[in-house]
Design a binder for this molecule. Structure first.
Ligand code: NAD
Ligand code: LMR
Length: 329
């Protein structure tokens, strides 16, 4: 039997938690012969519901689920974690922007970063989902002394999946025909879904969809506002699609990226594409055969794209400025 992989999940009793745990335990992410330990972290009021979720996990009798721990203690929760999925935080309500959550949620990620540094496995990788996820990831990373910045990620895969689905519908193809779709910048209303480099069936999107006005206008806006549209329709923020995107992100980070393609995730910028070093910004990423990742270089950035990228990076700089008090000097 393989050594189990330990996955710690915060906010495990929440909407996304409920949609993610059973798929993690089923083998969907790490494979059919890879046992998994789940360490579920909640705050005190979430514990009764979490106990119910634990009962349901038990009742699934998953062959690959090795151990389940439910706790409010961060060190116990992150103990030996190979993956930490930081979901636990407050979701926005109708009429709010994600950055309005910074004051409520930002401080959660200082203590979690510190606890990950103390208690997680040496090879831990951290994916932040809780909003505003880029800047929360920045806070966690800067409070996790001794853990290399290339182990921190924030989720923009839901935006990539949304963009692919919109392009596929417009072109009348399946979404799996859409490749090379990069989300640049922030998981917010300024994000830029880059249609200029995306492909459909191997051809540039702009050759397949010739309605440039739609691409520059309605397409971008629909992707930027999709989270708000779901909140308006459901009365609650996206959950199943968010859980699915988190699992897609982990899978893409542990699986070599198909030749010529890339995937979107926010990483700590090394200055590529002129994006300020140290910001958690989404850009095109490839996972290499050895399991490490790299920023795909040389993706063309036209004047239109540059304007959009500048806007979303400027917003990330402002968010960083707003949380200076949560980042150790
Ligand atoms: P939810 O309210 O259903 O669940 C959140 C859970 O987190 C609750 O059970 C709560 O008790 C718990 N929690 C709160 N503070 C915590 C803490 N300090 N430690 C541990 N647990 C804590 O919310 P949800 O719908 O699951 O969404 C969670 C977060 O994910 C929100 O911030 C939401 O905006 C965000 N989100 C991000 C994306 C993305 O694409 N990045 C997509 C969807 C949702
Ligand atoms: C989403 O994109 O669906 C999430 O970030 C939730 C939200 O607040 O929009």
């Amino acid at each position: 039997m393989k050594t189990p992989i330990t996955v710690s999940i915060t906010g495990a009793a929440g909407q996304i938690g409920y949609a993610i745990l059973f798929r993690l335990a089923s083998g969907f992410v790490f494979g059919p012969d890879q046992p998994v330990n789940l360490r579920l972290i909640e705050i005190e009021p979430g514990l009764p519901a979490l106990q119910g979720v634990v009962m349901e996990l038990e009742d699934c009798a998953f062959p690959l689920l090795n151990e389940v721990v439910a706790t409010t203690d961060l060190d116990e929760g992150f103990k030996g974690a190979n993956w930490a999925l930081l979901i636990g935080s407050v979701p926005r309500k109708k009429g709010m922007e994600r950055s309005d959550l910074l004051g409520i949620n930002g401080k959660i990620f200082t203590g979690q970063g510190e606890a990950i540094a103390r208690s997680a496995a040496e090879d831990v990788r951290v994916l932040v989902v809780g909003n505003p996820c880029n800047t929360n990831a920045l806070i966690a990373m800067n409070n996790a002394a001794g853990i290399s910045s290339d182990r921190f990620f924030a989720m923009t895969r839901l935006d990539e999946n949304r963009a692919k689905s919109q392009l596929a519908t417009k072109a009348g193809v399946h979404c799996s025909d859409v490749t090379n779709l990069c989300i640049w910048g922030n998981h917010s209303a300024t994000q830029y879904p880059d249609f200029t480099n995306a492909k459909i069936g191997g051809k540039p999107v702009t050759e397949v969809i010739t309605d440039r006005e739609w691409l520059e206008g309605e397409f971008i806006k629909t992707v930027q506002q999709r989270g708000a549209a779901i909140i308006a329709a459901r009365g609650a923020s996206s959950a199943a699609s968010a859980a699915n995107a988190a699992l897609d992100t982990v899978k893409s980070l542990i699986t070599p990226t198909p030749e010529g393609d890339w995937h979107s995730v926010a990483i700590c910028s090394d200055g590529s594409y002129g994006i300020e070093k140290g910001l958690m910004a989404s850009m095109p990423i490839r996972t290499k055969a050895d399991g490490s990742w790299e920023v795909v270089q040389g993706v063309p950035v036209c004047e239109f794209s540059q304007g959009k990228i500048d806007a979303t990076i400027n917003e990330l700089k402002e968010e960083k400025e707003a949380v200076q008090g949560l980042i150790p000097a």
